[in-house]
Design a protein around this ligand. Sequence first.
Ligand SMILES: [Zn+2]
Length: 299
Amino acid sequence: MPSIVAGIEMGGTGCKVAISNENGQYDNNYSLQIVTTDPEYTLREIYEWLESKRSERPFVAIGIACFGPVDLDKTSKHYGYITTTPKPGWQYVNVVGAFKGLNVPVAFETDVNAPAMTEAALRGDSSAAYITIGTGVGVGLVLEGRPVHGLMHPEGAHIKCERFAGDDYAGDCPYHNSCIEGMSKAKAVADRLKISPNLLSKVPDDDPVWNIQAYYIAQLCASVIYLTSVKRIIIGGGLTKRNGLFEHIRKHVLQILNSYLDIPAITNDIDNYIVPSKLGDLIGIQSAFDIAQGVIEKK
Ligand SMILES: [Zn+2]
């Protein structure tokens, strides 16, 4: 049975915090969206909001789906921290510890693994990848029903990639320049058009830049398919709402695989293999609720 839980979607540009209803579902009346500023102020704002609402909505656990890299190793002294992020001021910030004072169990996952788990569960899939495309690019993995952590957690968006023919954009990853994220995140698309990323929604669907972006995302999909053999790839995030993007991605994936994998789920049914998020903008917060439910069940 679901319980009332709190969820926090920690993003590099904005954070969302919410308290679920009795069925573990999102309720617009109990949610707050804030801009991510410095860690102390941002985490305090979330903490105080939760504290102010708990008498009306007594949540019994908190789930945090967090931008990374993060430390998910429960035996590590930095468990629950954001670690080596390039985001100024956010290196080695103790996110889980910031909510200790609320005295409820806290579940902690990446902002891509948690959605991968929720999307896989919604579809009854035992394995799935969740790719997000927005300010950054990320990929979360669920294999055999479990989120992949390993040494840390997968960081597949930083895989090196092949250039789209004629694309001379240098790339915008501070570590690798032209990795997949560096070539396909919002700023990378905007830089090619010489506009600010907040104007991307005004760029028409038929602009060739979306096909170029899709080529890089398709390389990520192909790598995920070869390495993990997931049963589905779900793609979400701010840049996935435009028409035609999925068609471009699917077309490039089939070209990259070049019939090497003769799997009907991919070759005959790619429209159901590479799919948009079922929950759209709510996937982040719902996945935070879902990992909070998991921490109650384990108690
Ligand atoms: Zn990179």
